[in-house]
Design a binder for this molecule. Structure first.
Ligand code: GDP
Ligand code: MN
Length: 390
């Protein structure tokens, strides 16, 4: 789960990361009020959306007067901000962060991620911040510093100092960097984060370190024990299809194609998507209905997939181990009748109670297309899609 920049800054500040002073606004007038409240002559106005790349997308601006703050904020509110990370639909701006402007001398990159290979939290840092990590990895891979943290000892000071030196920091900045690294590590560990990113971490005109941007993501499986984090969830920033599916316990990821997929098991779902592509089609989604799918659950899966207006055909692919083909077949028949299906449905069943499942489908008298193998199912879905589109 992602949170907003201002929320990440508040959390990191509590752990000891230096951040600029700022205030949140829900309207242009409030943004202007925040600027006056903060005082000074220059402010940075920042669209709060769950995405990076806001600077290049016109979502961040340094403003030199309180009226400019209000005018720039007025242009942001209610807008769908499209960045390189959001996709074409963009993300809606409902909150704006107004911050005292910082005098930037240097921009560094600092990130904490989970490294699956070493099974540890890893620090990734670079003396050249500002650009996104993907771009950095492409343009200046030699500048990247990586360091893993032993969970038994936590981040050790000499490790943190070594990293600070390698980034070209000196004097009092070393101690500030060590404190910042320790704070980020503690926040990461204590709050079940999966990512902490400060980009840029800047050196100001007075030689101090300040986190100019902050991003945090959290492990959704740990949210039950992080009520304070769970509360920060902002549904306006999520894909509506995905959050509705999650509410019903379905693992759903929306994609750009037109073949709707209802599958059990993440592995089979991935394989099916590959087979669809191989057959010349494009999946509209990833959907894992999970084990022990009741007919009700299958109906819900149908509704979720059909909520996507691009879907031209549905492919149901079940390999029943814990699942039962007869339940799934009943769900398919029920869904077909309840939703008033107008597009072709291809069904491939295998495994537990497959005979009974096939009998139910046949006895229903519905115009379902049945398939025997995964390849057969993908071919038939692509063929049905072409017919349905014609
Ligand atoms: P992102 O584009 O979504 O990652 O948003 P950032 O918070 O990183 O802001 C983008 C860019 O705006 C930064 O890399 C800075 O160059 C610039 N910026 C942000 N805050 C300030 C500030 O206080 N002063 C100045 N001069 N530039 C800023
Ligand atoms: Mn940034």
């Amino acid at each position: 789960m992602d949170i907003h920049e201002y929320q990440a800054k508040e959390i990191l500040a509590e752990f000891g990361v230096p951040v600029p002073r700022g205030g949140l606004a829900y309207s242009p007038e409030q943004a202007e009020f925040r600027a006056r409240e903060l005082g000074g002559q220059a402010w940075v106005v920042k669209a709060q959306i769950h995405s990076g790349g806001r600077g290049q997308a016109g979502g961040v601006r340094v403003c030199r007067g309180a009226h400019e703050v209000r005018d720039f904020a007025a242009g942001l509110f209610g807008r769908q901000l499209v960045t390189r990370q959001t996709g074409a639909a963009g993300k809606a701006v409902y909150r704006v962060w107004v911050e005292e402007a910082s005098d930037i001398r240097r921009e560094l990159y600092l990130g904490f991620v989970l490294d699956r290979k070493s099974e540890r939290i890893m620090i990734v840092a670079s003396a050249h911040g500002g650009m996104e990590i993907e771009e950095l990895a492409e343009k200046d891979p030699a500048s990247l510093r990586r360091m893993t943290i032993d969970p038994a000892t936590g981040l050790i000071d000499f490790q943190a100092r070594e990293l600070a030196f390698s980034l070209g920091l000196s004097g009092g900045q070393i101690a500030q960097m060590v404190a910042t690294l320790r704070a980020c590590y503690r926040a990461f560990r204590d709050l079940d984060a999966t990512m902490v990113e400060i980009n840029p971490l800047v050196v100001t005109g007075t030689g101090d370190l300040v986190a100019l941007d902050a991003k945090m993501s959290f492990d959704t499986n740990a949210l039950f024990r992080q009520p304070r984090i769970a509360e920060l969830r902002d549904r306006s920033q999520e894909d509506a299809r995905e959050s509705a599916a999650a509410d019903h316990g379905l693992a759903y990821v929306g994609l750009d194609g037109d073949i709707g997929c209802i599958i059990n098991g993440a592995g089979l779902a991935m394989a099916t998507m590959d087979m669809i592509k191989l057959a010349g089609g494009e999946p509209a989604n990833f959907l894992d209905i999970g084990g022990g799918a009741s007919p009700e659950r299958v109906v819900r899966a149908f509704r979720t997939v059909l909520a996507d207006a691009n879907v031209r055909v549905i492919l149901v692919n079940i390999f029943a181990g814990i699942n039962r083909c007869d339940w799934v077949a009943e769900g398919v028949v029920q869904a077909y009748r309840e939703v008033g299906m107008t597009i072709p449905v291809v069904v491939r069943l295998a495994g537990t109670n497959v005979e009974e499942g096939r009998r139910i489908l046949q006895a229903s008298g519905l115009p379902l297309v049945t398939a025997d193998t995964l390849a057969d199912a993908a071919d038939k879905a692509v063929a049905a899609r072409l017919k349905s589109a014609a």
